[in-house]
Design a protein around this ligand. Structure first.
Ligand SMILES: [Zn+2]
Length: 358
């Protein structure tokens, strides 16, 4: 019977232990009944709060995120942050005992997939059709990796790193790349794993150059914008006066996306500033939101116009804070995203007339 984390680590260090072998586990989570579970699942449940429900399924990045939000909503910030720290430190420890890895044979395509690749991709010159066929083969290969207990499958399926397209480009075929002007090259049937021909190497380099260009040129613009924004906002500070009593508000219709972003802000209900604590309070309603845009306080922005997060700030220089947030957003959305998109080209057939009519 496993009751302590240390027992999990002890079992994992035994040379004869099988990754998928089941162990006895019993706790408040199982209503004190004995359950047979894998060491990994027992370990994960031990990291969650004692009163949290039993998780008995493969844990992915997505599931971990939803569990954390769940804990935050039901048990509060302190418990959630303690749980996160515990998962963090224990996961690092776990990685030193049973690191996730993959074997050399994961990089040799099985005969079945190699045959698929030869049959379907050789002679296909249309970039869009090539890409479609490649994705199908990549998903078949992922299935094969899963059936053969490959660590590579775990890494992709958990959401830790990579997806079917990455697997395709690295192991099956590179497909088309785009050059500086957006022209598509003839699809390449070689993957990084196979090595490229001279021509393929040259064409791929073309796309790499375009990505380097976007990164270098694209970083300068948001960098300069950040500097200007910081300069312009540096005198915007938080005021000590609680409420400026302005009578101008942002009248907005609250959508789902907005509702999550205006939490802890004030809106006017019957002439009184009221804190928004839950998105369901304001969802789909038209509200009068208090906003720094309409604050009339002379010595800075009042905390009622700014929102409740004013209380959590160490400094009053909210203008500089906002500038750095804006700068980061611009950098991430314009430069980083376009760079990542440029490294994995996706194709779409466009019917201009049809798209225009729609
Ligand atoms: Zn104000």
């Amino acid at each position: 019977m496993i009751t302590e984390l240390s027992q999990v680590y002890e079992e994992l260090q035994k040379p004869e232990v099988e990754v998928n072998s089941k162990f006895m586990y019993s706790s408040a989570k199982t209503n004190n009944r004995t359950k047979k579970m894998s060491l990994g699942r027992i370990w994960f449940n031990m990291l969650l709060p004692d009163d949290y429900k039993l998780i008995n399924e493969a844990v992915t990045k997505k599931l971990t995120n939803s569990i954390m939000i769940d804990i935050l909503n039901t048990s509060g910030a302190k418990v959630a942050s303690d749980t996160l720290s515990k998962i963090n430190s224990e996961a690092f420890k776990m990685q030193t005992i049973v690191p996730v890895t993959f074997q050399e044979q994961d990089f040799t395509l099985p005969d079945k997939i190699q045959k698929m690749k030869d049959d379907r991709l050789n002679g296909e010159t249309d970039p869009v059709k090539f890409q479609e066929k490649l994705t199908v083969i990549a998903n078949e290969y992922l299935k094969w990796l899963k059936d053969n207990n490959s660590g590579l499958y775990d890494i992709v399926a958990s959401g830790a790193k990579g997806n079917a397209t990455d697997i395709a480009v690295l192991l099956i075929a590179r497909g088309s790349t785009s050059d500086f002007d957006g022209n598509l090259t003839k699809p390449s049937t070689h993957a990084v794993n196979d090595g490229y021909t001279l021509n393929e190497f040259y064409e791929n380099a073309n796309q790499a150059r375009s990505a380097l260009f976007i990164r270098s040129v694209g970083s300068a613009v948001p960098g300069d914008t950040s500097r200007i924004t910081a300069f312009a906002n540096s005198n915007v500070v938080l005021s000590d006066t609680q409420d400026c009593k302005t009578n101008r508000y942002l009248t907005i219709k609250v959508t789902k996306d907005l509702s999550e972003r205006i939490l802890q802000r004030y809106h006017m209900v019957n002439g009184k500033p009221t804190l928004i604590t839950s998105d369901s309070d304001v969802l789909d309603k038209v509200i009068k939101l208090r906003s720094p845009l309409y604050c009339i306080q002379k010595d800075g922005i009042c905390p009622t116009c700014y929102g409740e997060t004013a209380k959590t700030l160490d400094s009053k220089t909210i203008g500089l804070l906002a500038s750095s947030v804006i700068g980061t957003k611009i950098l991430n959305n314009f430069t980083m995203k376009s760079r990542h998109l440029s490294s994995s080209v996706r194709f779409k057939n466009v019917d201009l007339v049809k798209d225009l009519i729609r």
